[in-house]
Design a protein around this ligand. Structure first.
Ligand code: TV1
Ligand code: CA
Ligand code: ZN
Length: 400
């Protein structure tokens, strides 16, 4: 009817447990798991489920999460609730230690927290297994991508690092895994986890720099000269690349940069599997982001990586304007299956209201998100050319 069918010659799988949607970080918190409800509704309304194999993965177990995380940290995550948080002095003592402290409340303790982390992690691990079994060529988990979590600490809305877990599984049968991160924030947790190995190359594009009050954009790391360990005896040397960007980068600049740098990394590193974190906070008009990308420019990153025909794990991440997160991940699902989608949203879409009206994108899948008033473009042609030259210089180590 809408021409959506299985792609010829390769398989796409979609790993999703709808239970994640029902978790709440708190009413004012920018991370909204219900953006996944919107994304799923769009994907179903366009009929993309006919083009993929759908899986409902079980939650990851404690032991599965302990492949990366400290057992003591996981024990705390498993037992903490909003109720025992204040009443149990034992627990209060560990809050600070495990990254829950500070006044920002980035990582709140909410009802069902353990269930939430096990669900999104279970989906990433399941997706990785599908690639390993050759049951799929592209595996998608929009509920994952929580790149800031550390082995023993929560950070920046992330409690468990599903990406690290998925990569660890991929490493059982892959000599070299490439991690690429287009979230507007630096993928510090993944970079740190694999800093001492040459079997994972981490590449992150992100906003970097100080604001007018002198505060660095979260997490404050990821400058171009941060290339991981420099000690020649460290196997991880030269296997990290950071692309720091300024406010307001536009479609053409980003596409050129992504193609040039990611292309060079793939041809030099020759990965046998790729993990692409598709954080949608790099879109124009994002509540926390600073970039000015439209949906198709964001999706270009998926198209470009897909074109290398290397087993690919696609995961979500940030994204704080829910309707645009849903649009982007629906578009990127279609990119994977090779489907073209109509710009007019299907009439039978249950949450049509969320996408309707001039404020919300006029009932279109691809509204223009470019908004120069919000973040002027500070990225000049000259700066980007210098950045690429510096990135290529950093990559020279891989040749030797
Ligand atoms: C509760 C309620 C928490 C409202 C957090 C924005 C909130 C933020 C909130 C917020 C917010 C951050 C910091 C400050 C470090 C802190 C999923 C010195 C309106 C992958 C994580 C960003 C991004 C954390 C996660 C950042 C991801 N920004 N309102 N918190 N302290 N934290 O700056 O990469 O997208 O903003
Ligand atoms: Ca990034
Ligand atoms: Zn982010």
């Amino acid at each position: 009817e809408n021409g959506i069918e299985k792609p010829k010659g390769y398989t796409v799988s979609f790993h999703y447990n709808a239970e994640v949607e029902y978790h709440h970080f708190g009413s004012s918190h920018p991370m909204k798991p219900w953006r996944l409800t919107l994304a799923k509704q769009l994907i179903l309304a366009y009929g993309l489920e006919y083009a993929m194999d759908l899986y409902q993965p079980r939650p990851a177990t404690f032991d599965e999460l302990a492949i990366f995380h400290d057992r003591q940290y996981l024990g705390f995550l498993q037992s903490i609730t909003p109720q025992n948080l204040d009443s149990d002095p034992e627990k209060a003592k560990y809050l600070e230690l495990f990254g829950f402290g500070g006044e920002s409340n980035d990582c709140p303790v909410f009802d069902g927290l353990w269930n939430y982390v096990s669900l999104y992690s279970g989906a990433s691990v399941h997706a990785a297994h599908n690639l390993l079994n050759h049951q799929s060529d592209i595996a998608i988990n929009w509920s994952g991508g929580l790149h800031h979590a550390k082995k023993n600490a929560a950070s920046g809305f992330c409690y468990v690092n599903d990406i690290v877990l998925a990569i660890q599984h991929l490493l059982t049968q892959n000599q070299r895994v490439l991690y690429v991160d287009v979230d507007v924030h630096h993928g510090d947790g993944v970079e740190q986890a694999f800093e001492s190995t040459d079997r994972v190359f981490t590449l992150s594009y992100h906003k970097y720099g100080l604001d007018k009050w002198g505060a660095g954009f979260f997490p404050g790391t990821g400058n171009i000269n941060e290339v991981g360990p420099t000690d020649p005896s460290n196997r991880g040397k030269g296997h990290t690349l950071n692309i720091p960007l300024e406010d307001g980068i536009d479609d053409e600049q980003y596409k050129w940069l992504f193609k040039t740098v990611t292309g060079a990394v793939i041809s030099k590193y020759q990965p046998t599997a790729i993990v692409l974190q598709c954080g949608a906070d790099s879109l124009g008009g994002d509540r926390l982001g600073r970039f000015n990308l439209n949906i198709k420019a964001h999706g270009f990153c998926v198209e470009h990586v897909k074109s290398f025909n290397i087993p690919l794990l696609l995961i979500g991440g940030g994204g704080y304007t829910p309707r645009n997160v849903a649009r982007t991940w629906c578009h990127e699902t279609a990119v994977c299956t090779g489907s073209e989608l109509h710009n007019n949203l299907p009439m039978h879409l249950p949450y049509l209201q969320a996408f309707d009206g001039t404020e919300n994108g006029g009932g279109m899948l691809y509204p223009n998100l470019h908004n120069t008033k919000r973040h002027d473009n500070q990225n000049t042609r000259e700066k980007l050319q210098k950045l690429v030259a510096h990135a290529m210089e950093n990559l020279r180590y891989l040749e030797g």
